[in-house]
Write a protein that binds this ligand. Sequence first.
Ligand SMILES: [Zn+2]
Length: 413
Amino acid sequence: MNSVRNDHQRALDSLTGKTADMQALTTRLATINSGSFNADGVGRVADALADAFRPLADSVDMLETPPLRQLADDGSFVERPMGPTLIIRKRPHAARRVLLGGHLDTVFPEQSDFQTVEQQDDRLHGPGVADLKGGLVVMQHALMTLEQSADAESLGWTVVLNPDEEIGSMGSAPVLEREARQHDLGMIYEPSLPNGSLVAARKGSGNFQVLVRGRAAHAGREHHLGRNAIRALADATVAIDSLNGQRQGVTVNVGQVTGGGPVNIVPDLAILRLNVRLQLPDDQDWVSTELNRIIREIDGRDGIEASLHGGFTRPPKLRTAALESLIGSISECRDLLGMDFAWEDTGGCCDGNNLAAAGLPNVDNLGVVGSHIHSHREFMQISSFVPRAQLSALLLMRLASGDTPWPIKDTRP
Ligand SMILES: [Zn+2]
C-alpha cells in the first residue's frame, strides 16, 4: 500500500492547524521549572499534564517515587526527594498495548537563569522545550488523533511520565521495567537529533563515585602521620582514565573531583565522580571488574579506605530483530507522509535503553526536532510539531488497524 487510507488521512488532517495549540501548551509546561531536584516543580508539570491527558484517558494516577540516595561532597549520603511518576491508561485490557513514555524533569535547576520561553521565527527557545516537553505535546496530539479513528478500540495504551530521567531514572526504573513487560511496543518522546534523524541503537551508561578516606594531620608538625586522600584518589583517577582505549566501544569519563580543604592540613577525604559508556551488555562485567580491581589496590594502602558507589543505570540498546521491524514500520509511515529523516546510532542514552533491556522494542526520540539541548541555547522547531505528531498518529492507527505488524518482543532474561 503506498497511500494513506482515507479514514486515517481524515484523522491526520485534523492535526493541521494545531501548531498554535501545541506551542501554547509547550510554553506553559516549559515555563514551570522542573529541574530533577525540584520535586514541587516536577509535581506541577505532572498536574498540568494530568489535566491535558484526562479527556483522553480511562485512568490517571500519580505514583510516589522513592528519594534518591546521593553521595554528598562531605562524604555523607543524603536523600533527595523526587517528584511523582504520572501513569495514564486507556483500554488496559486490550489485547495489544503501546507504552508511551517521557520525562517530567529537565536538567535546569530552580536556581538556573534559563527559565523563560521565547519565539524567534521558527524557533521556540526555552528550558526543556525540546527535551522533552514539546515531545509530550506531540504524544498527546498523536493520541488525540488515534482516538478519533475507528480502529482505536483494538489498541490499549499507557503513558508513563517519570520525574528523574535526567539523573538516570534510578527511582522510576522499577516502574519502567514493570510496564515494559506488560506492553507490546514502546514510543518515547525524546527530541530527534538536530538534523531530524531518529535513533536506532544507543550505548549503555553508568555513573560511579569513588570515595577515599585518609587521615588528617597538621601539614607542618605531623605531615608524616597524615594519609593523603587526594594522592590516593589521584592514583585511582589515573588508573581509571587509563581504561580508555582498552576495550572497543567503552569510554570512561572522569568528570568531577572534590576533596581537601585548608592547605596546611593533610586531606582526609576526596571524591571522584565518573561516567561510563558501553556498547555491549558484556562490557558491564569488564568495567565492573576493572573498577573493583583499581579500588581494591587503593583500599589496600596503609591508612587509606577506598570504596566504589553507584552503578550501571542504562544497559546498551541494540539493533535487535524486533527493533529493526519497528524501524521498518516507522519508515513506512515516514514515506507515506512524504517526510524525510534518517536513522542513526548514538552514544547518548535514555529510558529507551531501560525499556529495551526489559524486552520492549521501542523507538525513543519521536518528539520534536530540536537542538542545543542541556544548554541555555536549547530550542525546538515549531514547524516540527504537526509532522511529528502525524508520524506517531499514523503509526498508532496502522498498528490498531493491522496495516503494520506488531514487532515480536525480544526475549531476554
Ligand atoms: Zn530527555
